[in-house]
Design a protein around this ligand. Sequence first.
Ligand code: GLC
Length: 661
Amino acid sequence: MTKRYVFGSPIETDAILCKPDAEIWQDGRLSFQDNALSCEMEDEEIVYGLGQAVRGINKRGWIYESNCTDDPRHTEDKHSLYGAHNFLILDGESKTGIFVDTPSRVVFDIGYTESHMLRIVPQTPDFELYLIQGETPDEIVRQFRGLTGRSYIPPLWAFGYGQSRWSYCSEEEVRQVVKNYRENHIPLDSVYLDIDYMERYKDFTVDQERFPDFGAFVEEMKRERIHLVPIIDGGVKKEDGYEVYEEGKEKGYFCKDEQGEDFVLGVWPGRCCLPDMLNEEAGRWFGRKYRILLDQGIDGFWNDMNEPAIFYSEQGLREVFEKIDEYRNQNLDIQTFFAFQNMVAGISNNPKDYASFYHNYKGEKYCHEKVHNLFGYYMTRSAAQALEELSPDKRILLFSRASYIGMHRYGGIWQGDNNSWWSHLLLNIKMMPSLNMCGFLYTGADIGGFGADVTEDLLIRWLSFGVFTPLMRNHAAQGTREQEAYRFESRELMRNVIGVRYLLLPYLYSEFMKAALGDGMMFRPLGFLYGDDPVARRVEDQLLVGDSIMIAPVYEQNAVGRMVYLPETMKLLRFRGGQVLEEAVYQKGHVWVEMPLGDVCVFLKKNRILPLSEGGEHVAEVDFENLKLYSFGEDVKPYDYYTDDGESRACELAGMKTLAG
Ligand code: GLC
């Protein structure tokens, strides 16, 4: 049961598709005072949610801020990442889902100031509140997703393994990457084109020198069964004669500053203007530009820098230079020096800048900071709507960095600029279920880590988890160690681990589609299914993946195995050296399981089926019909197997096959 409450005059976000009638607020489990919602949490109560956020599956013990932020250091002292996902579930004696719908900041103090208190403080007094009651967290998620709409579904090829780097700078470089993968028989389906494919970072252009015949190159790659996926940035280069800029300027499609002039900010191309993604007409215009690449055979995109990231604003830069001139001849005392240092470090993503430009949203003028969390959402929505118009039958891959609740209808997200740290592999694991709760099913992190130098063992362990995440992409930053799988000594292990993805593909795709079409989750914390088991409820580093299996990834360097908690009888299936080994059946309880580097372990539930294919070097090679079914138990439940052509937009659960063990 869902109840909706309206406080003040909220700005519509379009997160919710079907709104129940609003009710009059009365304090109940939550009370409302001084523009804060609060409630006491029971000792054993678990708080799930907040989508893209630091820390645990159980969010208790920290203070989070919902504020889309371009911050490449996802350390545990942070409060915000790229997405704004204001959805929580309190799982105690009773279960309550809470969604705070507002496009500006919200603070969630979940037992940080007072260990038993949850306090939710929206930045403004104008917001909508949804309270959802249910018997189980799963049921609450399903109700929530019923309100927010069906999750985005990518084409099947996008479930293959992808290689990315900032940046492959030329046709030749991309060719080499593909050649190396193919020669080493390491599976691969896509290569990502980061900003350097463009002509001086101008959206919807391709550098003519380095990619002289882009259309022909895209086709050449398609013959190799490789999809190229270019990046699209939120800012448009301010350059006379550049068509996209000229058109946007002439039509008044850019965000405006206080004086009504186009707001100027610095991002990759230098000075840029921001298309007003929130403005329907401007969004439609920007979305239709994707056609330029679509016409050259491209069938996937990643949208970036759309928090939006502001390296500097023209105004901010001016002020800093003025201040520097002032400081230049002073003998700086230490406090002044720190102020000077902070001023320079604070040029980027400065709150002052976010308060200095305007949108025309639903016919009204809004200061950006009031609608900040909607920018990435609307950029991706504009792209998705245009892509649906341009490619009405065939699905197009689309994912974004920034997002808000509701964006899951239009695209996936990746988890942004993580680092090659073991702790970020663990963060990736913990974030999957909270993103799934919000409908972001097509998601994954930069495998191997984006910033910093990866080690071979970290890459193998990360791949061993990444084989389960719908978006399985290895991506790394400029200047870091090259981390393509073929570059390492243990290529054989890399091949086998990545190969596991292709064995699992029929199961993963089927489970993904059932979650998408049935408003469910593909990755769930153990507590969702074994809520009565106090041990299972506290497990933070194991996940249920679909209906048949549990995983317990290794995320520590030099580990050769780990303790695993079995919430019920399960059988260990071990992928090793291209083989599937059926190992011990474990009873409920803790057990030590050996997991040497290169092994991928799954724990199969009793009386459930895990269908596996024979694998392949790319998705088109995988046979989704001839499957080997793994199961154990006396009462094996038939498996609901979803397959389709992998590209039509029309998909439905009706007509699913049943596989009997
Ligand atoms: C941002 C993106 C990253 C990309 C880089 C260059 O940091 O998050 O994935 O590689 O920009 O485009």
